[in-house]
Write a protein that binds this ligand. Structure first.
Ligand code: TXA
Ligand code: MG
Length: 317
């Protein structure tokens, strides 16, 4: 396993890897991303291969600032408002590609749109500036598995990939994704920025794309039914754990016998930040003890929408 220290030398090494068309993992405030040069088709192909990702599932392009984002996507009024309020941060905008967009078409997987994000994480910012080109970065996990919120998670799932070590991700859930296309804004993925914050900024409720239409329209192919999954079976809305289960609790009313608690005080942001690391840890423990997993009900408020989205996909058999 190769953990790269987060100093000047480490950043230069990571930028050099990207320039050579190699994949490496970078921390962001949401989750770790498996990064590659977005302008090199071969580098992007490596990402699909490493993740064993269906080719139709497009990638998010990361840039350090709005000026760079404007070279890639066409901003309408919705996109301008959201970018002004929430970038850098846990929000991805899907925009029409600019006519001279330098990002390789493989990143868009055949669509004429591009998903773009400006991450707020200091190391991601520094790496993007050092590298000087857009970087594609899906979450740094094999397709379908849990997303990594810590360098060690990446190292365990993708042992051949170099990881820039940024410790724990502060938000711990992937970015929320909004389509800013001619038909009006659409809600594509619940994530680290709550629906309420986005709807307040836009002054309107957002339409969700039905999942069936989604698959056909290839609008957000990442919304596969089983996704973000631990190896162990996961039971939702548990009130207590059976003898063959490790119970993940939430809130002050969780039983003492819980193996873990996403937030003992019932704080939704803390629960989001703890979600993937808790699932990684409990999955390893469940495997060692030959048990299954169960988790208590999580309220839908704030980031609860995104947490429950991930849990439903994780629990699908
Ligand atoms: O927080 C995040 O978003 C992390 C960090 C590393 O930035 N990245 C991430 O990437 O979660 P990934 O590849 O695991 O999820 C990207 C999602 C997928 O569901 C994909 O289908 C959707 O974005 N997507 C990408 N390009 C799209 C496009 N042009 N139109 C619609 N959906 C798109
Ligand atoms: Mg992912």
């Amino acid at each position: 396993m190769t953990l790269i220290a987060a100093d000047t030398k480490g950043l230069k090494l990571c930028a050099a890897l990207l320039r050579q068309g190699e994949a490496m993992a970078m921390p962001t405030e949401t989750v770790y991303g498996l990064a590659a040069d977005a302008t090199q088709g071969d580098a992007i192909a490596k990402i699909y291969a490493l993740k064993n990702r269906p080719q139709f599932n497009p990638l998010i392009c990361h840039v350090p600032d709005l000026e760079s984002a404007r070279q890639l996507g066409v901003f309408n009024e919705t996109a301008e408002k959201l970018a002004a309020q929430f970038w850098p941060g846990p929000l991805t905008l899907v925009l029409p590609r600019t006519p001279d967009c330098p990002v390789h078409p493989l990143a868009s997987a055949g669509l004429d749109t591009l998903a773009i994000r400006i991450p707020a994480h200091r190391l991601a910012q520094n790496l993007l500036r050092e590298f000087g080109r857009p970087v594609v970065a899906p979450s740094a996990n094999p397709s379908g598995r849990l997303s990594p919120s810590r360098a060690e998670h990446v190292a365990a799932m993708l042992p051949d990939v170099a990881v820039l070590d940024g410790g724990d991700c502060a938000i711990g859930l992937e970015s929320s994704i909004i389509g800013c296309l001619p038909g009006g804004p659409v809600w594509l993925r619940a994530g680290g920025l709550s629906r309420a914050s986005i709807e307040t900024c836009l002054g309107e409720k957002l339409d969700e794309v039905p999942e069936t239409q989604d698959a056909e329209a290839k609008l957000a192919p990442g919304r596969l039914a089983r996704h973000y999954a631990p190896k162990a079976r996961l039971r939702l809305n548990a009130q207590s754990g059976n003898t063959d289960e490790l119970l993940i609790g939430f809130g002050p009313q969780a039983p003492e016998a819980c193996a873990a608690n996403l937030s003992a005080s019932g704080d939704m942001n803390e629960a989001a930040a703890q979600l993937f690391s808790t699932l990684h840890a409990m999955d390893a423990l469940a495997e060692a003890q030959g048990k299954r997993l169960a988790i208590m009900a999580i309220p839908e408020d704030g980031l609860g929408e995104a947490i429950n989205d991930r849990l439903r996909r994780a629990a699908k058999s």
